[in-house]
Design a protein. Structure first.
Length: 121
């Protein structure tokens, strides 16, 4: 592990979360130029399609493994199936990772709650 790993992770996450901005309107009119809204819509749909294809290549093969192996990897079969059923316009990878983080955070806090609510001995 190098000293630059946290910086690389931040940059990678920034690239994934950053959406492209609307292209600026040119100062001159070009008759053969397609509408900028159309170009942006095509780029957005292409980006969404690529993200969904990446999700399917990365996570759906994990369903071939047993539940204990998935648990060792930090995943749950039901969560992967849930993310696969999301509409294609939603980022299934981001939704799955957020849900996984919430589940892991809840399991980390659970033992402390049990100790706090246990009657004193």
């Amino acid at each position: 592990m190098s000293d630059l790993d946290p910086i690389r992770r931040e940059r990678c996450q920034d690239r994934q979360t950053r959406l492209p901005s609307r292209p600026p309107m040119p100062d001159f009119y070009m008759p053969a130029m397609p509408p900028l809204g159309l170009i942006q819509a095509v780029e957005t749909r292409l980006r969404d399609w690529r993200r969904r294809r990446q999700f399917r290549r990365r996570f759906l093969p994990l369903l071939d493994h047993d539940d204990p192996i998935l648990a060792d990897m930090g995943h749950c079969r039901a969560e992967i199936e849930w993310a696969a059923s999301l509409p294609w316009r939603e980022d299934a990878t981001r939704a799955l990772l957020e849900r996984r983080e919430r589940r892991l955070a809840a399991t980390r806090r659970a033992p402390y709650r049990e100790r706090a609510t246990a009657p004193p001995a």
